[in-house]
Design a protein around this ligand. Structure first.
Ligand code: ZN
Length: 282
């Protein structure tokens, strides 16, 4: 097969990229410093996320468990303060959904975060739950959804790209175990189409590890939770085709990378000047 491309499609692609780049452009990812292209309008994607989040809230049963709501709001408060300068326009909202057995959470552009009660039940302590939320918030801070759609736009002619800019799904970053589709209902398809590529998931692990350490949470608990989740999945008969392992890199790869980043995270955690409380989840 020839690797040569004809001039016309390349020119059209470049023109599309140039025109879109003039209104958006390259941005630096927090923590990693990677340069990422964002061709989607932040206002458009945030507005879409807000609509979708309200739809999810109307479809899901909201938790009435004050202890669970308190712990999620406490983590949310600490993490949102930590990431303020990385996501300055976010209007953070943390909602707990009553969904026993659903080990999942998601975050959307604009700062909307959902946590399913099964995940809270599964975590042994506040730090473990914070590791999941920090990973999710890292996807938002790194603007992975923007980048994902931008990459799609660069592969399409300009007209299609423009329509994607208006009609795209917000791609909330649901993670941590299978059944989010059934937990959210068939209407919220973006949650089940939320997989990022391996590189972005590892990047979210790295950024999330630093965020949780900055917020005063013990970064070692992220590994403990990953280990427990792997054991849980194994006890359930292994990963499913649309489950957590399908959307995220396997445990060994994540473990290796988190271990590599752990000294940096521990230095931040141990330097923490404020003595934080760490709630044990009963
Ligand atoms: Zn993720």
């Amino acid at each position: 097969m020839s690797s040569r491309l004809s001039f016309a499609p390349v020119a059209a692609l470049c023109a599309a990229a140039f025109l879109l780049l003039t209104s958006t452009g390259c941005q630096e990812v927090p923590v990693t410093g990677r340069s990422a292209v964002s061709l989607v309008d932040d206002k458009d994607i945030t507005e879409k996320a807000l609509v979708e989040f309200e739809q999810i809230k109307s479809m899901q049963r909201l938790s009435r468990n004050p202890a669970q709501m308190r712990i999620v709001h406490q983590i949310g408060s600490r993490l949102s303060r930590t990431v303020f300068w990385d996501v300055p326009h976010a209007e953070w909202e943390f909602v707990v959904f009553e969904a026993p057995g659903v080990l999942n959470a998601f975050a959307m552009p604009g700062g909307k975060v959902g946590v399913f009660s099964g995940l809270i039940d599964f975590c042994e302590n506040e730090d473990q739950l914070a590791s999941v939320l920090a990973h999710e918030i890292a996807h938002v801070a790194a603007r992975h959804t923007h980048e994902k759609y931008s990459q799609g736009m660069l592969l399409k002619p300009l007209g299609t790209a423009a329509s994607i800019g208006v009609g795209m799904s917000t791609g909330s970053t649901g993670i941590y175990l299978p059944s989010v589709g059934s937990a959210v209902g068939s209407g919220a398809t973006s949650l089940t189409q939320s997989a990022f590529d391996r590189g972005k998931e590892l990047e979210a692990d790295h950024i999330g590890l630093i965020y949780m350490a900055k917020a005063g949470y013990d970064p070692r608990e992220s590994l403990r939770l990953l280990q427990r989740m792997e054991e849980h999945i194994a006890s359930q008969g292994g990963p499913t085709s649309n489950g957590w392992f399908a959307n995220h890199p396997g445990f060994p790869e994540r473990q290796i990378q988190i271990n590599e980043r752990m000294p940096e995270a521990m230095a931040i955690y141990e330097k923490g000047e404020t003595q934080q409380t760490h709630t044990v989840i009963e």
